[in-house]
Design a protein. Structure first.
Length: 267
């Protein structure tokens, strides 16, 4: 049975970066309470009522409009929310500036994919290859910022569209700091993007998740499985709701040895 819906409903995983960017946008607009977020347990099969809303994909988040229309893909949903709640604007209104935002936003797909491939890698011999590939993408972001915004903290004067898109990925990459000891080198070619990333992470509208939460929930990704799938010998996913992640121990940072048991993860 479908749950009772609000005027606009988002079906989501709270810790998902693509869901968090929606929450960041709404926080910037002061409209978080105007959208109902319905939590989906990805460790269980999708309920039939949810599959009926999006029969061609199980990916989350999905948004249901007040008249029952369905939208998928976080960037599409972001634009819908920007149009439905136009004030205050998060996206730039000037056509050229909006185009610059669009150019930067197009870089997020490769950036996000590379970070997830890196954390899920199970071959210690490939660690340096993944590190190099991610640093290359950080360098490209640095070059873009130097071209369009050489000073200041953000792409433009304030935390805006590009920051909304990238910040949740910066937060998810805490799992790389923890499990791969990844850090941006203290080199000039990363100076501008480091300033941008730190400003994004510190913004008050982007505090929906914590480093501890990311590390504890994404530990299965560090051992090669995601989206609620189970590792061999495990009965519970690190994405289960209970026990609460705050009650679980910090996982081992050694991701290339034996997989952790349910008991070791406090599950």
């Amino acid at each position: 049975m479908s749950p009772a819906l609000g005027p606009i409903t988002v079906f989501h995983i709270p810790v998902c970066p693509f869901s968090q960017r929606l929450e960041i946008l709404l926080a910037l607009k002061g409209r978080r309470s105007d959208v109902h977020f319905h939590v989906v347990d990805i460790t269980q099969p999708r309920p039939e009522w949810l599959l009926a809303k999006s029969p061609s994909s199980t990916a989350l988040p999905i948004l249901e409009t007040p008249d029952g229309q369905i939208l998928r893909e976080s960037l599409i949903i972001l634009q819908y929310l920007e149009d439905v709640f136009p004030e205050p604007a998060v996206a730039q209104r000037d056509p050229y500036r909006r185009a610059v935002e669009g150019l930067m936003t197009r870089m997020e797909a490769d950036f996000g994919q590379q970070g997830y491939l890196y954390v899920m890698n199970q071959d210690p011999g490939r660690r340096e290859d993944f590190r190099y590939s991610l640093l290359k993408l950080y360098a490209q972001l640095n070059e873009f910022l130097l071209e369009h915004s050489p000073s200041g903290m953000y792409l433009f004067e304030t935390f805006g569209w590009a920051e909304t898109v990238f910040t949740s990925l910066f937060m998810r990459f805490w799992f790389l700091e923890y499990f791969e000891d990844f850090a941006l080198p203290q080199e000039p070619r990363f100076a501008r993007v480091r300033t941008w990333r730190e400003a994004c992470l510190a913004h008050p509208a982007a505090q929906q998740v914590s480093r501890e939460q990311i590390v504890k929930l994404y530990v299965d990704y560090a051992h090669g499985v995601g989206n609620g799938a189970l590792l061999p010998g495990r009965k519970r996913s690190s994405f289960v709701f209970e026990p609460d992640w705050r009650l679980r121990p910090w996982p081992s940072q050694q991701k290339y040895g034996p997989h952790p048991s349910d008991a070791e993860l406090g599950l």
